[in-house]
Design a protein around this ligand. Structure first.
Ligand SMILES: Nc1ncnc2c1ncn2[C@@H]1O[C@H](COP(=O)(O)OP(=O)(O)OP(=O)(O)O)[C@@H](O)[C@H]1O
Length: 940
C-alpha cells in the first residue's frame, strides 16, 4: 500500500456532472504516486469534439493524512471500452491555465482512456476554462471517436515537473536570492502577468477611449467657447469703438457746453450789469420824463396856443430835417458873392437868412450844419436813424436842394470824403458784425434813378427796353419787379456797387451848374434780418435819395428836353411836398402816387417809418431866392413853420416860455428815443437771456443724457471685460486639461506599444518553448519505447534465470556455499527474499535504471543557472528518494519498477515518492513541502 499526499490534489472531478461522493468513487493512485485519479463509477461519454461539463468539488473529499491504496481498484477498472482512434497517445499536456483569482491554477490535465491499462491518454489542445459558478468546461478539439472519459485529474502548478524544459530565475523580494523556476511556472507567471497586462491594457484602452471622448468633448466645448469668445471680442471691439466715438462726441459736447457755459456766465454778468445800468438809467429817465412832462404840461397849460404846435410835432413823428449849407465855391468867391446865411445860432438848430433888405429870416431845424461841418459830423447825427433799419424800421433819407447846393456831396461824397450812402452801409455792416451773435442779416442793394418819371436800373448790366414799374405786394410793400438787387457782404462790394450806380447815372449840364444831375438818384437798401434768439424775421427798407435840383424853371431857362426834365423834377418834388404836408396834417389821403418818386418812397414816408431830410442850401447871395424857397419847403416838411415874424418876436415871458418848451420837447424826444432804445435793448437782452437759459437747459439735458449713456456704456464695457476675463480663464483651464489629456494619451499609446512589443516577444518565446517541448516529448517517446523493449528483454532474462535457478536448486547439493546461503534465505521473510531476488536477478534492470538516472543527471547538469536553496534541497531529497527508491526497487515487481522509472522523469514526484514509501522520511517531505510553499509564496 502506498501512501498518498493529499495536499498534491486540488480538485476532485467527476464526469457527467455527477456530484462527487467520496464513498461512491473508485479512487486510486496511478502509476506514479503523485498522480491521483478519481473515477466516476458511471463514467461520462464524450461526444465527438464535444464539450464535457464537470463539477468541481474541492472541499470535504479528502483530509490531510488520507491514505489511498494503489492497486486495490486499479486492476478492476475498465477503460478499454472505447478506443481512441485518432488522438495522440501517451502525450502529456502541460498547458497552464490561469483563471479567476478564486479558481485554482491548473498545472496539467490528464484524461485517461483506453490506451493501455491505467495509462493516461494525454490530449493535446484541451481547452479548459473555469466559469464563475466553479464549473469547469473542457473542450476536446483533437479527439475523434467516442472515448469514455474515465477520470480527470487536475493538480496545482506546484506539482509541475521540472524536467519539462528550461528553467528561469526569480529574484526574491525579501532576501534577494535567485530562485529557479520551471518553464511552466514561467509560463504561469507570464500568463499571469500577461493577463494582468492585458487587463490593464484593456482598462487603459477603455480609459484612453473615455479620455479621448472627454478630450473631444472638451475640444468641442473649447472650440464653441472660442467661437463665443471671438464673438464677444468682436462685440466688445464694436462697443469699445462706439464708446470711443461717444466719448469723443461727449467730450466735444462737453467742451462746447463749457464754452457756452462760460460764455453764458460772462454774458450773464455783463447783462446783469447792463440791465442794472439800464434799469438805473430808465429810472432816471422816467424821473426826468415825469419832470419834463410835468414842465411841459405846465407850459402847455400856461400857453394854450402851443397845443397846436405840440400836436403838429407829434403828428410829424419821425420826420427830421437837417439843414446843411455848402461853402462858397471858388467861382462864387472870385465873383464876389456874399454869404447870406447866418450860422450864429446853428448849434440850437437855427439858421438866419439875410433876405432882401436888412431883414433876417430865422429857420429852425433839427440840425444845422455850417460849411465847416464835415461828412463825419453830418453822418453822426444820421447814424441812429440808419441803424433803425436793422431793427425793422423803414427809413428814408433824402437830400433836397437846388442844383449845386451839395446834395450829391452829402449823399455820395467823394473818395476822400465819403458821403451818407457809403457811411450808412459801412455803419450797417459794423452793426451787423456787432450783432452777429444774436441776429443774422442779408443786405441787398439796388440803385435806380427816376428820370422824366421813368425808373432806370443803374445796376443793370445790360440795357433793357422793358419799362420798370412799381408794384405793391400782398403784404402791402412796394417794389419794382425786375430791378437788380445786389447782395453785398462787405464794404468793398458796397463801394463797387455805388461806383457802378454813380457811373450809370444820367448826367446833363445846364447853365446853372456844370454837372447838375437832372434825375432823382435812389439807393435802396433792403435788410432781411433774423433774430437768433426769438426767431423773429424782419424785412425793412432804407431809401437814400439824392433828389434832382429844385431850382425854378424860369431861372434855368431850360427849353425842349431840358424843360421837360425840369418840369418832371419839379412835379415830383411838389408831389413830395404834398405827401409830407398830408402826413403832417394827418390827411385821410396821402397822394403818394402823384409821382414815381413818392410812389417808390411810400413805404418809407410816414406811418411808422423814419424820415430824414437833408436840406442843402447855398450860402451865395445870388441863390438867396432858391435858398429861401428851399428853407420854406423844409420848414413845411418839418411841420413847423417858423415865420420870420414869429421868429423875430423876442420879447417878454412868452418868448422865454416858448424857448423852454421847445427845448423840453427836444429833450423829450431824445429821451423818448433813448428810452425806446433802452427798452428795446432790455427786451432783446431778456430774450437773449431766455434763449441762453433755454439753450443752457437743453445742453444740460443733453449732457445728462450723454453722461447716463456713458455710464451705461462703461458698465457694459466693464461687464464685457469681466466676461472676457472669465472666458479666458476657462479657456486656459480647458487648454491645460486638453494638453494633460494629450500627454496622457501619448503616454498610454507608448505604453500600449511597449506592451504589444513585449506581447509579441512573449508569443515568440512561447512558440519557441512549444517547439522545444514537442522535441522533448518526441525524445521521451523514443526513450520510453526503448525502455519498454529493454524491460521485456530483462523480464525474459529474469525468467530464464529463475528457471535456471530452480533447475540448479534441484540439481545442486547443500554443500554448495551458495545453497547454504539459500537456506538462510528460506529462513528469511518473503519480502526480504524477494528483495534478494531482485538484487541478484535484476542487475541488468538496475543497470538500465542507472543509465536512465545518469541521463537525467546529465540533463539536470545541462540546465542553466544556479539553483536556489530550495531546489538544492529538493535535489538532495530527490537523491535520497532515488536511493530509497532503488532500495525499494529490490522489493517490488520489476515491471512496476520500470513503470515507475518511466514516470519518475518528473523531479518533484521523487519527493512524493519518498514520502509515500517511507514514513521515516516524512520530515524530509515536510521540509520539501515547506520549500514548495516558499516557492509558491515567491511565485505569488
Ligand atoms: N459841404 C461842402 N463842402 C465843400 N464842397 C462842397 C460842399 N457841398 C458841395 N460842395 C461842392 O459843391 C459842388 C456842387 O455840389 P453837388 O454836385 O453835390 O451839388 P448838387 O446839389 O448835387 O448839384 P446837382 O443837383 O446838379 O446834382 C461840388 O463841387 C461840391 O464839391
Amino acid at each position: 500500500m502506498d501512501n498518498f499526499d493529499t495536499d498534491a490534489v486540488d480538485s476532485v472531478l467527476c464526469v457527467s456532472g455527477s456530484r462527487l461522493v467520496k464513498s461512491g468513487f473508485l479512487c486510486t493512485t496511478n502509476f506514479t504516486d503523485n498522480l491521483v485519479t478519481f473515477i466516476n463509477a458511471g463514467g461520462g461519454s464524450l461526444k465527438k469534439e464535444g464539450e464535457l461539463r464537470v463539477c468541481v468539488e474541492s472541499d470535504g473529499c479528502f483530509e490531510g493524512g488520507d491514505v489511498l491504496r494503489t492497486g486495490d481498484y486499479l486492476v478492476d477498472l475498465h477503460f478499454a471500452e472505447i478506443v481512441n482512434t485518432n488522438g495522440p497517445k501517451g502525450m502529456r499536456l502541460f498547458d497552464v491555465f490561469m483563471q479567476e483569482e478564486k479558481a485554482s491554477v491548473l498545472s496539467e490535465v490528464d484524461i485517461y482512456s483506453i490506451v493501455g491499462a491505467n495509462k493516461p491518454l494525454q490530449v493535446v489542445d484541451v481547452k479548459v476554462s473555469v466559469g464563475k459558478d466553479g464549473a469547469i468546461f473542457i473542450r476536446f478539439d483533437g479527439i475523434c471517436g467516442s472515448p469514455i472519459i474515465n477520470g480527470i485529474c487536475i493538480k496545482h502548478a506546484t506539482n509541475l515537473p521540472e524536467s519539462q524544459g528550461e528553467h528561469g530565475f526569480l529574484m526574491c523580494n525579501n532576501c534577494g536570492t535567485e530562485v529557479e523556476i520551471s518553464s511552466t511556472q514561467q509560463k504561469i507567471i507570464r500568463m499571469k502577468s500577461m493577463a494582468k497586462y492585458e487587463k490593464k491594457i484593456e482598462e487603459l484602452r477603455i480609459q484612453c477611449r473615455l479620455k479621448t471622448d472627454e478630450c473631444y468633448e472638451a475640444w468641442m466645448s473649447l472650440t464653441a467657447t472660442n467661437e463665443n469668445l471671438e464673438r464677444v471680442r468682436v462685440e466688445l471691439d464694436n462697443r469699445s469703438f462706439e464708446k470711443l466715438l461717444l466719448d469723443q462726441a461727449i467730450e466735444k459736447e462737453a467742451a462746447k457746453f463749457r464754452d457756452l457755459s462760460s460764455q453764458y456766465e460772462r454774458d450773464k454778468k455783463l447783462w446783469g450789469i447792463a440791465i442794472d445800468e439800464l434799469g438805473r438809467k430808465i429810472k432816471t429817465m422816467k424821473e426826468e420824463h415825469c419832470q419834463l412832462s410835468f414842465e411841459a404840461h405846465e407850459c402847455v397849460d400856461s400857453i394854450p396856443e402851443l397845443n397846436k404846435m405840440v400836436y403838429a410835432v407829434k403828428a410829424l413823428g419821425n420826420i427830421r430835417v437837417f439843414c446843411r449849407c455848402r461853402p462858397l465855391s471858388k467861382g462864387e468867391v472870385s465873383a464876389g458873392y456874399a454869404t447870406v446865411v447866418d450860422f450864429s445860432a446853428a448849434k440850437d438848430g437855427e439858421l438866419g437868412l439875410l433876405a432882401s433888405g436888412s431883414t433876417k429870416k430865422i429857420f429852425k431845424f433839427d440840425r444845422v450844419y455850417t460849411p465847416k461841418d464835415g461828412q463825419v459830423e453830418v453822418f453822426a447825427d444820421a447814424s441812429p436813424m440808419v441803424i433803425s433799419v436793422l431793427d425793422g424800421y423803414n427809413v428814408c433819407i433824402f437830400a433836397y436842394g437846388q442844383t449845386g447846393s451839395g446834395k450829391t456831396f452829402t449823399m455820395e461824397g467823394t473818395e476822400q470824403n465819403r458821403g451818407v450812402n457809403y457811411r450808412t452801409l459801412e455803419q450797417l455792416f459794423r452793426t451787423v458784425e456787432e450783432r452777429k451773435e444774436t441776429s443774422t442779416y442779408n443786405i441787398f442793394v439796388s440803385v435806380l434813378e427816376v428820370y422824366n418819371e421813368q425808373i432806370r436800373d443803374l445796376l443793370a448790366t445790360s440795357p433793357t427796353s422793358k419799362k420798370l414799374e412799381i408794384r405793391q405786394t400782398s403784404e402791402g410793400a412796394h417794389h419794382v419787379p425786375g430791378i437788380t438787387e445786389a447782395k453785398v457782404e462787405n464794404i468793398k462790394e458796397v463801394w463797387e456797387v455805388l461806383q457802378a450806380g454813380s457811373n450809370a447815372r444820367a448826367v446833363g449840364s445846364n447853365n446853372v451848374n456844370e454837372h447838375s444831375s437832372r434825375s432823382h438818384c435812389m439807393l435802396g437798401i433792403v435788410v432781411k434780418a433774423k433774430n437768433l434768439i426769438n426767431g423773429e424775421c424782419t424785412k425793412s427798407k432804407l431809401w437814400l435819395v439824392d433828389l434832382a435840383g429844385s431850382e425854378r424853371l424860369a431861372k434855368t431857362e431850360a427849353q425842349g428836353e431840358r424843360l421837360k426834365e425840369a418840369q418832371n423834377i419839379n412835379r415830383s418834388l411838389s408831389a413830395l411836398g404834398d405827401v409830407i404836408s398830408s402826413l403832417a396834417t394827418k390827411s385821410g389821403h396821402i397822394p403818394y402816387r402823384n409821382s414815381k418818386l413818392t410812389h417808390l418812397l411810400q413805404d418809407s414816408l410816414g406811418g411808422d417809418s423814419k424820415t430824414l431830410m437833408f436840406l442843402q442850401i447855398s450860402p451865395s447871395e445870388q441863390d438867396v431866392g432858391e435858398t429861401l424857397s428851399s428853407l420854406n419847403f423844409a420848414t413845411r416838411v418839418r411841420g413847423v413853420e417858423l415865420g420870420p415874424a414869429k421868429k423875430h418876436i423876442d420879447t417878454g415871458e412868452l418868448q422865454k416860455l416858448k424857448l423852454m418848451l421847445e427845448k423840453a420837447k427836444q429833450e423829450l424826444r431824445s429821451k423818448d428815443d433813448a428810452l425806446h432804445k433802452l427798452e428795446e435793448n432790455v427786451l432783446n437782452l431778456e430774450c437773449k437771456a431766455k434763449g441762453k437759459d433755454q439753450l443752457c437747459k437743453n445742453q444740460q439735458g443733453t449732457v445728462n443724457e450723454l453722461e447716463s449713456q456713458l455710464e451705461s456704456k462703461t458698465e457694459l464695457c466693464r461687464l464685457l471685460e469681466k466676461q472676457l476675463l472669465q472666458l479666458s480663464e476657462r479657456m486656459k483651464g480647458k487648454e491645460e486639461i486638453c494638453s494633460n489629456f494629450q500627454r496622457k494619451v501619448k503616454e498610454l499609446e507608448n505604453r500600449l506599444m511597449e506592451r504589444e512589443q513585449s506581447e509579441s516577444m512573449t508569443q515568440y518565446k512561447v512558440k519557441e518553448l512549444e517547439n522545444t517541448l514537442k522535441e522533448r516529448t518526441q525524445e521521451f517517446e523514443v526513450h520510453s519505447g526503448m525502455l519498454q523493449q529493454k524491460n521485456i528483454e530483462l523480464e525474459q532474462k529474469l525468467r530464464q534465470h529463475e528457471t535456471l535457478f530452480s533447475a540448479e536448486k534441484l540439481r545442486t547439493t547443500p554443500l554448495n556455499p551458495r545453497i547454504s546461503n539459500m537456506e538462510n534465505i528460506q529462513d528469511m521473510d518473503p519480502p526480504s527474499l524477494r528483495c534478494l531476488k531482485m538484487n541478484v536477478g535484476s542487475s541488468d534492470l538496475l543497470k538500465g535504471t542507472d543509465s536512465l538516472r545518469e541521463l537525467r543527471r546529465k540533463r539536470q547538469s545541462q540546465s542553466k543557472g544556479t539553483k536556489n536553496n530550495f531546489l538544492l534541497s529538493a535535489s538532495l531529497l530527490e537523491k535520497k528518494s532515488m536511493t530509497a527508491e532503488s532500495n525499494k526497487a529490490k522489493h517490488v515487481d520489476p515491471s512496476r519498477a520500470l513503470a515507475r522509472i518511466t514516470r519518475s522523469t518528473k523531479p518533484f514526484s521523487s519527493n512524493q515518492r519518498a514520502s509515500s514509501n517511507n514514513k521515516t522520511n516524512r520530515d524530509q517531505v515536510q521540509g520539501s513541502k515547506e520549500g514548495s510553499s516558499k516557492l509558491k509564496l515567491w511565485l505569488r
